[in-house]
Design a protein around this ligand. Structure first.
Ligand code: NAD
Length: 400
């Protein structure tokens, strides 16, 4: 490898644009250990637009390719940043890993438990680094609340949580980015699987392993859409759910969400412990990304700005530079920096492929529970493949 990590961005859609802003932020701070050498998308228009955006933001134009095979054949790359729809995570990551590239793959890592295992196995067999592009828990808000709850123990032992969001979102159903998300075969599931991967990752990060889940999912909107690669199909992913999660520690959580709620909207997200409670300030599925307030049993409130101050004060200089490189406090550039550093220094990334797989499997366990009529499902059984009835159709379709 030369002085710079030569990256390919695979998939030039919406999240690739956010990654690019992350890389730009790093470059603007003087970080120069990477170069986006190649960009790849099946849409020539998206590839060209993205190459132009790279040129505008980073000052050089990357090579452009229309397929993974062409990208790899060029042979001048060190690593790939995979930003594809869920069905193509494994079909892109595995050839990259087998060609000797290190890989960062967007959450959820692979469309099923099996797809994730295949990616992890390819990394292991080829001695490559596999990172999960998971930004939420790296944001200063989430890092602060992890410190407040887990290290400072401000609310005491966490006992239960309730995350409840009901909202309405007008989505552009003609756009590619929403159409693939409405087919189970392309997306693996609805928002439980998509943004829910952030939710599951943060829950595991804050509260430890999840033993068992139970879920009821509903699909209200079943309009027919022209799905990429599949043709016209009914929307078949959930738009409302009610879920319980039982942690190994004994903590019990409830999670309910809908983006199909007309008129009144609510968001109410709290964690209660033996000495107080934490209120999540975000309104979506990225727990504590915007921080949280804490109220103690005597009624004292410690607001997020004060919690953040306390958190930053107790970090050593070395911890501060590692956690917020170049003083950056947003998760996405930190995620990009961490991947480049891992590749350049041959060290483990902060959030590896296994961590991404663990979070994703929690989401899949919710689908498996719903598929079994709402019966409780052990997360470990989904992780080891004993329970897979919901995923069998997807695995079969993609020949896994
Ligand atoms: N971290 C986050 O907050 C966050 C937010 C949004 C999306 N995501 C994740 O990012 C990934 C991509 O989502 P998105 O919203 O960017 O999707 P998108 O639809 O906006 O972009 C996907 C791109 O991939 C291209 N593509 C499809 N198949 C391809 C193939 N075989 N080879 C090359 N290119 C191909 C499409 O043309 C499109 O440009 C998903 O895993 C999603 O869950 C993460």
């Amino acid at each position: 490898m030369s002085d710079q990590v030569k990256l390919a961005v695979i998939g030039c859609g919406s999240i690739a644009g956010s990654h690019l802003k992350g890389y730009q932020k790093l470059q603007n701070k003087g970080y120069d250990r990477f170069r986006i050498a190649a960009v790849c998308d099946i849409s020539a228009e998206n590839t060209a637009e993205y190459a132009t955006d790279v040129e505008a933001k980073l000052g050089y134009r990357p090579d452009q390719y229309g397929s993974i095979e062409e990208t790899l054949a060029a042979g001048n790359l060190d690593a790939a940043d995979i930003c594809l729809p869920h069905a193509y995570h494994h079909t892109a990551a595995i050839p990259c890993l087998e060609s000797g590239l290190d890989v960062m793959v967007e959450k959820p890592v692979g469309i099923t438990a099996k797809a994730g295992e295949m990616i992890i196995e390819a990394a292991r067999k080829n001695g490559r680094i596999l990172a999960t592009a998971e930004q939420v828990r790296r944001d200063i808000g989430a890092r602060t609340m992890h410190w407040a709850i887990n290290e400072a123990g401000l609310i005491g032992e966490p006992r239960f949580f309730g995350f409840d969001v009901k909202t309405w979102m007008d989505l552009d159903l003609d756009s590619y980015r929403w159409r693939w998300r409405y087919s189970k075969l392309l997306s693996g599931g609805g928002m439980i699987f998509d943004a829910g991967a952030h939710f599951a990752d943060m829950m595991l990060h804050l509260f430890g392993e999840i033993d068992e889940v139970a879920a009821t999912l509903v699909t209200f909107d079943t309009t027919i859409l022209e799905m990429p690669d599949l043709g016209p199909r009914r929307r078949d992913v959930e738009d409302y759910w009610v879920v319980t999660l039982r942690f190994t520690s004994g903590l019990l959580g409830s999670w309910s969400y809908s983006r199909a709620a007309r008129a009144y909207k609510i968001h109410s997200s709290y964690v209660w412990g033996e000495k107080g409670a934490a209120k999540d300030l975000q309104t979506w599925m990225h727990p504590f990304q915007l921080g949280g307030d804490i109220e103690l049993e005597d009624g004292t409130e410690v607001l997020y700005d004060e919690l953040r101050r306390q958190y930053l004060d107790q970090l050593s200089d070395e911890e501060r530079e590692r956690t917020f490189p170049y003083g950056i406090t947003e998760g996405m550039p930190i995620e990009c920096w961490d991947f480049v550093e891992a590749v350049a220094d041959r060290r483990a990334p902060e959030i590896d492929g296994e961590a991404g797989q663990r979070a994703k499997v929690v989401c899949l366990a919710l689908y498996e529970s719903d598929h079994a009529g709402g019966a409780p499902v052990k997360v470990a059984d989904v992780a080891n493949g004993t329970v897979s009835a919901y995923q069998d159709e997807i695995n079969e379709y993609w020949g896994m």
